[in-house]
Every structure is written in structure tokens, then in C-alpha cells.
Write a protein that binds this ligand. Structure first.
Ligand code: GDD
Ligand code: MN
Length: 381
């Protein structure tokens, strides 16, 4: 069950933009956060008739943050909506997607996502939106890694190292998708609502920006530096469990693109050389004739590839019965062996191609065909 309360002072209408704030037991931070947001978003010199931004809180906690916000809304010059989720599906990422669904449905042309604990400076919010509008960007990331930014709020060394390592890992796994994003772990960013479709997001845990960058592929990205401050009150909810979730999120995301799956399929295929040669060596040592040994070694490579692909690339696509997947994979692997020999003969004897070139060509062709069949007929989406 999700309950929602709204408070809209003055004229209702499309807000200038929405500030989307996930909360989990943040009662001690919310009053100060509201004060600073009002100061930042409604400065004295602002034109009277300009549209007012809106605040949207998505609360999953069990303390009285939601009630506190609802009560504060009566005196707050900014319109406040509070969404309380009794079933906090997807954790922090899920809360943000739930909020984005609302924003994309009439919450203005921009959404700014920020934390409630004041580690993200509220006075940067207008600048994020202004930068996005000025530079016609789809996404503006507040970055701790640009000149003029810092990670001073990550006080202890352990968190500094974990955060730096996660950033490097994410950038290594998604070099193209994260181009122009120096801080993919940031939880502070502005989004042009027309550039995202919340229905295509499948967040897992904390790293919602990573999810957005990979699945929504914003065309233009801008960045603004900021100082990641210390928590105003209370404790961080991130944990070792979140760290493990991050790794699962990263692999799931990587295998969500056809390019990522093709690359991993190829690498796993290559790694099959190890069990293949290993078994071949053992069997010929045991005086088996090399031809049957060859056939058995190939079966070992097939089993190896099958196990690895099932556990990684196609993990989320194991919809067919296991017996059907096994039979199809085995048939595909052996058909490949049978078909490649006559093709090779055709290329070499028929067309006069060199043996090495012909072998390389048949390997590449067989890789493409096997990948397509695996995707289309064994591991259907
Ligand atoms: N609705 C909801 N549901 N909100 C949550 C949940 C949840 O399950 N978990 C945390 N939050 C809220 C917190 O109340 C806070 O407003 C914000 O999300 C960030 O949570 P923190 O517990 O303060 O996380 P952090 O400071 O360790 O992590 C922040 O910094 C990271 C970079 O170092 C976040 O901004 C991360 O997104 C960011 O990656
Ligand atoms: Mn925090």
C-alpha cells in the first residue's frame, strides 16, 4: 500500500520543477532541510509570478518523518507532496523510480534528486536545473570529482576507498555509457523528465544514477562540482549488504545490453579452451585415440560454457525448462562442430582461401550464429 498526502499552497499548476527526496527515518534532518530548501528556492529577489518548484518526498521509513513533513507542509511556502510506501520495493532506487513516475506525470520539465540528510547542498538545486536548461542537457550530475568539488563528507578512510573503487569499477564496466559522468555514484542530479521513461528502470539498491545512465542513455550530460558534506544528523543507511547489491546491479546492468551480452558470450566461449585442452591432455595421456578424445574434450568445453553462461549472461533469461535449455545448448554446440568442418573445406578447397583465414572466418561466423540462436531461441527475453 502506498499512501499519498499533498499540500499545495497558492495557485496549483505545473511546478517549475520537482525536487525528489527519498527518506528513510530522517526526522531529525527534515526541518533543517526544509528551511534551507525554502531559502534556496524562494530567494527574496525572485519574480512574484514565476512558477514555484515542488517538493516530493518518497518515504520508506518507520519513524514519523512522513507525519512531520505533512504537518510542516501547512506552513511551508513550497508545495509538498509526501508519498509513503508501506512496501519499500527496490530500496532507495525503487523509491526514486516511484517518485519519477509521479514527476513524469505532470511534475514539471525537470526533476532534481537529492538526499535528505544535507550531505547534498540545497543551494545547488537551482543551479543544477539552470545548467540543464542552458546547456540543453538531459542530465546534470552534481560531481564530487570535478575541480571545486570534494568528498569531505566521506570522513572515514574505509568509505573513501570503497567509494573510489566502486566509481572506478563502474567506469571500467561502462566506459561508453558513463562518458562525461565523473561521479556515477552520485545521488545528487537533475533530469529532464521527457528524457526518461520510469517504466524501463529496474533499480537495485542505491545506484540509481548508474541505472539511469545505462538504461535511459541521456543524449547530453552536464556536470556541476559540489562538496559532499557530512550528515546533519543520524546515520547512513548504506551497508555491506548495499555493497553486494551494487555488484549484482552492475553485472545485471552489464548483461542488459546486447553488446554487453555478446562480449561476455565471446569471452566465456574463449575460456572454454581451458577445459577443452585440459581434458584432451588427460585422455591422450591415458592412451585414448585423439579423435574420440577430441569429441569428449569438446563436450567438456560445452558444459563449461553452459554453466558459466547460465550463471552470468543469461541468468535472468532462464525462462525455458532446464532440460530444454540443456538439450538446445548441447545440440547447438555439436551442430556447430559438424557444420564448421564442411564450411572450412568449402572455403579452403572450393574458394582457395588460406587455412588460417578460413578458420578465423568460420569461428567468427559460428560465434555470431551461436550468439543469435542462444539469444533468440534458448534464452528468450
Ligand atoms: N525512500 C527511501 N528508501 N529512502 C532511503 C532508503 C530507502 O530504502 N535508504 C536510504 N534512503 C534515503 C536516506 O534517508 C537519505 O535521504 C538518502 O536516501 C541517502 O541515504 P544515506 O543513508 O544518507 O546514504 P549515504 O550517505 O551512505 O549514500 C549517499 O551517498 C552516496 C555516495 O557516497 C547516497 O546519495 C547515495 O545515493 C550515494 O551513492
Ligand atoms: Mn547520506
Amino acid at each position: 500500500m502506498t499512501s499519498e498526502t499533498s499540500h499545495t499552497p497558492g495557485a496549483a499548476g505545473t511546478p517549475a520543477f520537482t525536487v525528489l527526496i527519498p527518506t528513510y527515518n530522517e526526522r531529525e534532518n527534515v526541518p533543517e532541510l526544509l528551511r534551507r530548501l525554502v531559502a534556496a528556492l524562494l530567494p527574496a529577489d525572485r519574480p512574484q509570478d514565476a512558477p514555484v518548484p515542488r517538493l516530493l518526498f518518497v518515504d520508506d521509513g518507520s519513524d514519523d518523518t512522513a507525519q512531520l513533513l505533512t504537518a510542516a507542509a501547512d506552513d511551508c511556502p513550497l508545495p509538498i507532496t509526501v508519498l509513503h510506501r508501506d512496501v519499500p520495493e527496490g530500496g532507495l532506487g525503487g523509491a526514486i523510480v516511484a517518485g519519477l513516475r509521479q514527476v513524469c506525470d505532470g511534475g514539471g520539465d525537470w526533476a532534481v534528486v537529492m538526499d535528505a540528510d544535507l550531505q547534498h547542498p540545497p543551494n545547488l538545486v537551482p543551479e543544477l536545473v539552470a545548467t540543464g536548461r542552458r546547456e540543453r542537457a538531459d542530465l546534470v550530475v552534481a560531481s564530487r570529482y570535478l575541480e571545486g568539488g570534494s568528498r569531505q563528507g566521506l570522513a572515514d578512510r574505509y568509505r573513501l576507498v570503497v567509494s573510489g573503487a566502486s566509481t572506478l569499477l563502474a567506469k571500467g564496466v561502462f566506459p561508453l555509457e558513463l562518458q562525461g559522468i565523473s561521479d556515477p555514484m552520485s545521488g545528487f542530479f537533475a533530469l529532464r523528465t521527457a528524457a526518461v521513461d520510469p517504466a524501463e528502470l529496474r533499480p537495485l539498491g542505491y545506484k540509481i544514477l548508474l541505472e539511469l545512465a545505462v538504461r535511459s542513455r541521456p543524449r547530453r550530460v552536464a556536470e556541476v562540482p559540489y562538496h559532499f558534506g557530512e550528515r546533519f544528523a543520524g546515520e547512513s543507511k548504506s551497508s555491506l549488504r548495499e555493497g553486494l547489491r551494487f555488484l549484482r546491479h552492475l553485472t545485471g546492468l552489464r548483461f542488459s545490453t546486447p553488446g554487453g551480452r555478446a562480449l561476455a558470450f565471446g569471452l566465456i566461449g574463449l575460456s572454454g579452451v581451458l577445459p577443452n585442452l585440459g581434458l584432451l591432455h588427460l585422455l591422450t595421456q591415458a592412451h585414448m585415440h585423439y579423435l574420440p578424445a577430441e569429441v569428449l574434450a569438446n563436450q567438456a568445453a560445452l558444459a563449461w560454457n553452459f554453466a558459466l553462461l547460465e550463471a552470468t549472461v543469461f541468468r535472468s533469461r532462464r525462462h525455458r525448462h532446464w532440460a530444454s535449455r540443456t538439450a538446445r545448448f548441447w545440440a547447438l554446440g555439436n551442430a556447430d562442430l559438424l557444420l564448421r568442418i564442411p564450411l572450412l573445406a568449402l572455403l579452403v578447397s572450393g574458394l582457395g582461401m588460406g587455412v588460417l583465414w578460413a578458420t578465423a572466418l568460420t569461428l567468427v561466423a559460428s560465434f555470431a550464429v551461436r550468439f543469435l540462436i542462444a539469444e533468440r531461441s534458448i534464452y528468450v527475453p
